[in-house]
Design a protein around this ligand. Structure first.
Ligand code: CU
Length: 196
């Protein structure tokens, strides 16, 4: 066998592996200057990683807004030369800001494409202390019931149980649930029930 031929099978295997790989990751970088993110809007595919690099000399953070289906927090870093990475596992629009310069420094990452489908809530069951339900996709769920403070929680698809902040008194109650996905589409359900 010609020596070069011996490597051919291995070469073919690696070409096949490349061809079978899913769409190449579009990992990208955001530069952090004083006081701005560049770019301030980024696009990514699901499972892409964004790296932020502290290129200025002041203190900055990368802090995701609250009540989104994903969260990321760099903590305070001082450049130049520092970096922070986050891999975006969920599709949606994710806003973030700098805790030191919250009005000047705001940006957004859009992951995947919007399917315009709201999460579906089903199987609501309530007691004096908690509500059980099923949700069709990863969502930020808000639970409101009179007589207790609202509860906001991020959950994955499937069945969940969320506790009220305090036990409800005996009587009639009205509960409302809303589930918001990564693109802000909301599914809502409400239920009247009685506790003894
Ligand atoms: Cu800053």
């Amino acid at each position: 066998m010609v020596p070069a031929m011996r490597f051919l099978p291995a070469l073919l295997v690696s070409i096949a592996a490349l061809a079978a790989a899913p769409a190449l990751a579009a990992d990208s970088t955001v530069s952090i200057g004083d006081n701005f993110y560049d770019p301030s809007t980024s696009g990514a595919n699901q499972n892409d990683t964004i790296t932020w690099s502290w290129d200025g000399s002041a203190d900055h953070t990368v802090t995701s807004n609250s009540h989104q289906i994903d969260s990321f927090h760099s903590g305070i870093k001082t450049g130049p030369g520092k970096s922070f990475k986050h891999t975006f596992k969920y599709s949606g629009r994710f806003r973030y800001f700098c805790e030191i310069h919250p009005t000047e420094m705001q940006a957004v990452v859009t992951v995947g494409t919007d399917d315009h489908v709201a999460p579906k809530l089903s199987g609501l069951k309530a007691s004096a202390t908690k509500v059980k339900f099923k949700v069709s996709e990863r969502s930020v769920v808000t639970v409101k019931v009179k007589g207790s403070k609202k509860v906001v929680k991020t959950v994955g698809p499937g069945r969940h149980s969320i506790k009220f902040k305090k036990k409800l008194k005996a009587g009639r109650h009205k509960l409302s649930l809303s589930a918001k996905d990564g693109f802000g589409h909301a599914g809502k359900k409400s239920k009247r029930f009685r506790t003894h």
